[in-house]
Design a protein around this ligand. Structure first.
Ligand SMILES: [Zn+2]
Ligand SMILES: [Zn+2]
Length: 351
């Protein structure tokens, strides 16, 4: 669903003019924090920009001798357009405020619509389809000699044989993450910046909880996620709401960079998965006025930690620890794989 939040907000604001909370100007946009918190355009832009910059600053992501090179992952969504725009701006600030970072931009495509790669290809960044994760581990993801369209058809076939939409959505999520980690590794980058928003992470927490990943949600939604032997994942938009991103993209003129690819897929997919049901659940709570849902879910997730168990092992598929004396895959990954009759094309990922 595409909502023009800025116009919506302006219409709402004309009925109740408040002064901007940061300056003497009349407000134009109501903030996500509550009914009486309103900003003028300029202060709103500063507020959302500050959320991004302080997320990197307070966690000292590129400070203290840490590597300055990072992979920045985009999928053409509003949140990734916002992330790229913020990085571009932060790199141009004066030397005292400038973001000290050397980004490598990569667009990751997961739509299986025919010809999608031709639509999103550009010369500015690396473009990789998640289907490339099916290549044997000794083959490069960046290798252009492969038949991308054939790989995408193979992936579509793998997904269509999933016995439930939940298994399908979950395997797509895992394959995407595996691809991103493999791409960072291939490029020799130890840090990855992802565009996950507060709303997306709250949804991820709830859907993961429902499929038995309760012990993994604090790391999956962490602002900085470090796993042994894997690139560090940084989520600098963790405290930014999707609505703030939509308004920010309008204010900064970045909206035109959004690629609406996944939308065609969504309308095609019939039925219901836990992931979709969770999206609707959170949307409903919001429209009923429970505005604190996202922040409450996220702050709860950050406190859920699995028992520190010396026998815990690393799952071969999702690459996260689980505290059971099992080898191979964690129970939720095992049940997802049980719903995919033929997973020979991704068997190299679980060795
Ligand atoms: Zn103001
Ligand atoms: Zn797993």
């Amino acid at each position: 669903m595409r909502v023009d939040w800025l116009s919506f907000q302006r219409e709402f604001m004309t009925k109740s003019s408040l002064q901007c909370v940061k300056c003497p100007k009349e407000s134009t946009i109501a903030g996500a924090e509550g009914k009486n918190v309103a900003y003028c355009d300029g202060c709103y832009g500063e507020m959302v920009t500050h959320k991004f910059r302080s997320a990197l600053g307070k966690r000292r992501v590129f400070k203290d001798g840490a590597a300055k090179e990072a992979l920045v992952v985009s999928d053409g969504s509003p949140s990734s357009v916002f992330l790229l725009g913020q990085i571009r701006d932060a790199l141009q600030l004066n030397p005292h405020q400038r973001l000290v970072m050397q980004p490598t931009m990569a667009t990751v495509v997961s739509s299986t619509t025919e010809g999608v790669m031709a639509r999103v290809a550009d010369d500015q960044s690396i473009v990789v389809h998640i289907a490339a994760v099916m290549r044997p581990l000794d083959q490069k993801l960046m290798d252009k000699d492969r038949d991308a369209e054939k790989e995408i058809r193979d992936l579509a076939e793998l997904l269509s044989c999933c016995k439930s939409l939940t298994a399908r959505d979950e395997i797509v999520r895992i394959l995407k993450e595996r691809l991103i980690l493999r791409l960072a590794d291939e490029l020799g980058l130890s840090t990855v910046l992802m565009a996950d928003t507060a709303d997306e992470l709250a949804r991820l927490s709830l859907s993961s909880l429902c499929i038995g990943r309760g012990g993994q949600i604090s790391e999956m939604t962490a602002g900085v996620e470090k796993r042994k032997g894997l690139p560090t994942i940084v989520r600098p938009l963790k405290e930014v709401r999707s609505k703030e991103i939509a308004i920010g993209n309008r204010l900064f003129g970045w909206e035109k960079e959004v690629i609406y690819v996944e939308e065609d897929e969504m309308t095609k997919a019939l039925g219901y998965s836990i992931h979709k049901a969770t999206d609707d659940f959170i949307d409903n709570l919001h429209s009923e006025g429970f505005q604190a849902t996202v922040s409450t879910v996220l702050s709860t997730s950050s406190k859920v930690h699995p028992d520190a168990n010396p026998t815990s092992s690393l799952c071969n598929l999702c690459l996260r620890t689980f505290s059971k004396e099992l080898v191979g895959m964690c129970p939720p990954c095992q049940s997802i794989m049980d719903e995919i009759p033929d997973w020979s094309r991704i068997s190299h990922l679980i060795q």
